[in-house]
Design a protein around this ligand. Structure first.
Ligand SMILES: Nc1ncnc2c1ncn2[C@@H]1O[C@H](COP(=O)(O)OP(=O)(O)OP(=O)(O)O)[C@@H](O)[C@H]1O
Ligand SMILES: [Mg+2]
Length: 259
């Protein structure tokens, strides 16, 4: 992407288990491998990305929760939240299980959908890419992420049932685009593709035909190495850098970088 300031990428799909967190972490690491300064933020109250990186949400005092409870953002404030470690390539802001209470806490707050966008105005000076790992459910956090993003990547599991859940996410984007000055820009990513299965191949054809240039050329295959890496608290590039999945996320990073 040929912009001076950060590209903010929300990874979102209101269907669970489609590869959002895997995409956020692998794409984040792939950008770093390409020499890009990258921050990943865990916005899911389940804190899967945080746990995957072997941080324990129960023990973390500073997290994304602080962003939603503050009005004044400075780089000093963010430095208190950001975890830097070569083990996970990118800079990282951990999630919090207490994020699930944020909906009620922000109920009457004016501009509650714009909090993350305001935070990005400070952070984007320091990064080439900022990646937001979104929760699978609709709510104030997902709205914040979509509004703050310059691109929403929608991972879609390459199977027919997954197409059904997709409508929810497109409805959310359409609803937002009715009220936003700048529309949410999105692109779908096929994940967990198994080329031996005819139904999988047909899903790719349907997606290509319907989404055209809103569908990434890069397709992520099903690869057991993702689950193995996650079980070991590792990013795939640490332990299986030559696996097919690792190479495909690198291709995706290049494709996004050239948009
Ligand atoms: N390409 C892939 N091949 C095989 N397994 C995968 C692939 N991508 C993700 N997985 C595995 O599938 C499971 C779900 O993936 P992930 O956690 O990334 O999905 P998610 O959309 O973030 O889920 P949730 O909605 O619960 O946050 C994980 O166990 C992950 O390791
Ligand atoms: Mg997830």
């Amino acid at each position: 992407m040929i912009d001076d300031s950060a590209n903010i990428i929300a990874i979102a799909n209101q269907k669970g288990g489609v590869g959002k967190t895997t995409t956020a972490l692998c794409l984040g690491a792939a950008f770093v491998i390409l020499g890009k300064k990258t921050l990943v933020m865990d916005l899911d109250p389940h804190a899967s990305a945080t746990i995957h990186l072997a941080y324990y949400p129960e023990n973390i005092e500073e997290s994304v929760l602080d962003i939603f409870l503050t009005d004044e953002f400075s780089i000093e404030f963010f430095n208190g939240l950001i975890k830097k470690n070569k083990r996970h390539f990118f800079d990282f802001i951990p999630g919090s299980i207490k994020l699930s209470a944020i909906e009620a806490e922000l109920k009457d707050k004016m501009g509650k959908g714009l909090i993350l966008k305001k935070a990005m105005n400070v952070l984007k000076e320091y990064y080439d890419y900022i990646i937001l790992d979104c929760p699978p459910n609709f709510g104030v956090i997902l709205i914040n992420a979509l509004v703050a993003s310059t691109l929403t990547v929608i991972p879609i599991q390459a199977e027919f049932l997954a197409l059904h859940g997709l409508k929810l996410t497109f409805d959310t984007i359409r609803m937002l685009n009715k009220v936003l000055e700048e529309p949410v820009s999105y692109k779908a990513l096929a994940t967990m593709f198994d080329k031996r299965v005819g139904a999988c191949r047909r899903v790719i054809e349907v997606l290509k035909h319907n989404l055209r240039d809103r569908f990434f050329n890069t397709i992520i295959s099903i690869d057991t190495k993702f689950r193995e890496a996650s079980a070991k608290g590792q990013i795939i590039y640490n332990i299986y850098p030559n696996s097919r999945g690792a190479k495909q996320y690198l291709e995706l990073a290049k494709e996004i970088n050239n948009i």
